[in-house]
Design a binder for this molecule. Structure first.
Ligand code: NAD
Length: 362
């Protein structure tokens, strides 16, 4: 198989971690007889410094013409005076929102998995974490309250006010529900749809449409859960979840909660997809300017983003498994970068971790 992959390394640790993922993908290509061609483009602070724009037009064109995009992370240090001086729409993170929009990526898929070798990293009680965590959150990404109308006014009794509108259409719910059901078919065949249907009309429509879509997937069980209950269940018994589908705002909050219960930010990847197989794959963490250039960055989340690309965009299941198995093997051998290190383990640098993963891809 021949694939053209655009790499947006971005800022901070971005180049270190994307280089690691590219090397791992090249090893997979060589072992399984594929040809992956990588093209680097600018986005984020590096793009602003070179072109004045967080997302140059050239990058958009290249991404749209690619088979998929691998992203490191964008953004400078929180107190960087240059970044602070930029207007909101010219900041590095504006590039990320703009590329998602340009590629029409309306779903965000975030697996949260507790690796058995890292079970002690979970902040949950041992009897809960021992049951395992292996879930995927499918979050609607381009609708709802984050993209709805907003405004402000003055009320005679309460004074100045501001408002934001939550709105979902049948089309938006249908397409995200389909993605969730298809994802569940390749997993444990269970979808939990999360809403606030006891209060919100938009949630009542959400619930109705999800169940209509589910009729086309008789092998998948669909259950509903209110978002307040879901927040509790994610810490009480996360093992009950397989695929979660939810709106933009609920997904934003619950996906961070799910990441937290696995205990290690440097281990989690995510993808954003639209109507085509061309997706955007990235680690969930940021550009970590505090450790950039110090060879401390854990490349695992980005390598796992590469595995998601192989599976979800290219349909290369065995190859994706080969990458994930290499990560599992290295962890089982006791190797840890500083962010996931615990006593008795073998501490390695980011580049040593990269070498170990690549050596163990078989
Ligand atoms: P961050 O995720 O970059 O870092 C949080 C902490 O986790 C830091 O201590 C960092 O050293 C550590 N960390 C993160 N990834 C790591 C890895 N792979 N290996 C080892 N340690 C790791 O979040 P932040 O510090 O809040 O943000 C830094 C910059 O990243 C900001 O400019 C922010 O806007 C940006 N950001 C970008 C994205 C993105 O590109 N998708 C996401 C989040 C934050």
């Amino acid at each position: 198989m021949k694939k053209h992959i655009v790499v947006l390394a971005g800022d901070g640790i971005g180049p270190e971690i994307t280089d690691a993922a590219v090397e791992a993908l090249q090893k997979v290509a060589a072992l399984y007889g594929h040809e992956f061609e990588f093209e680097h483009c600018l986005m984020g602070l590096c793009a602003i410094k070179e072109t004045g724009e967080p997302l140059p037009e050239e990058t958009v064109k290249k991404c749209l013409a690619s088979d998929s995009v691998l992203l490191g992370a964008v953004g400078g240090a929180v107190n960087d005076p240059f970044v602070a001086s930029l207007p909101g729409n010219k900041r590095p993170e504006a590039g990320l929102l703009a590329i998602r929009k340009a590629m029409n990526l309306y779903s965000n898929i975030r697996p949260a998995k507790l690796w058995s070798a890292l079970s002690s990293a979970s902040p949950l009680r041992k009897d809960i974490s021992e049951k395992g965590i292996d879930l995927v959150i499918v979050r609607e990404l381009t609708g709802g309250i984050y993209f709805g109308e907003r405004g402000n006014g003055t009320d005679p009794e309460y004074g100045y006010y501001a408002w934001d509108k939550e709105q979902y259409s049948v089309k938006e719910i249908t397409r995200i529900a389909k993605i969730a059901c298809e994802m569940a078919q390749g997993r444990r065949k269970k979808v939990t749809s999360i809403d606030k249907a006891n209060v919100l009309d938009s949630s009542r429509l959400w619930r109705k449409i999800v169940h209509e879509v589910a009729k086309d997937y008789p092998d998948v069980t669909v259950e509903d859960m209110l978002v307040d209950n879901a927040a509790q269940q994610l810490v009480k018994d996360p093992s009950q979840f397989d695929v979660i589908v939810t709106s933009n705002i609920f997904g934003d909050i619950l996906s961070d909660e799910a990441a937290m219960v696995t205990g290690s930010i440097g281990m989690l990847a995510s993808s954003s997809l639209g109507d085509t197989k061309c997706g955007l794959y990235e680690p969930i963490h940021g550009s970590a300017p505090d450790i950039a250039g110090k060879d401390l960055a854990n490349p695992i989340a980005t390598v796992l983003a590469g595995a998601m690309m192989l599976r979800d965009s290219f349909g290369l299941f065995e190859e994706a498994k080969a990458l994930e198995s290499a990560v599992e093997k290295v962890l089982d051998m006791g190797y840890r970068t500083a962010d996931i290190y615990s006593e008795g383990m073998k501490k390695v640098s980011g580049s040593e971790m990269r070498k170990l993963i690549v050596e163990n891809i078989a």
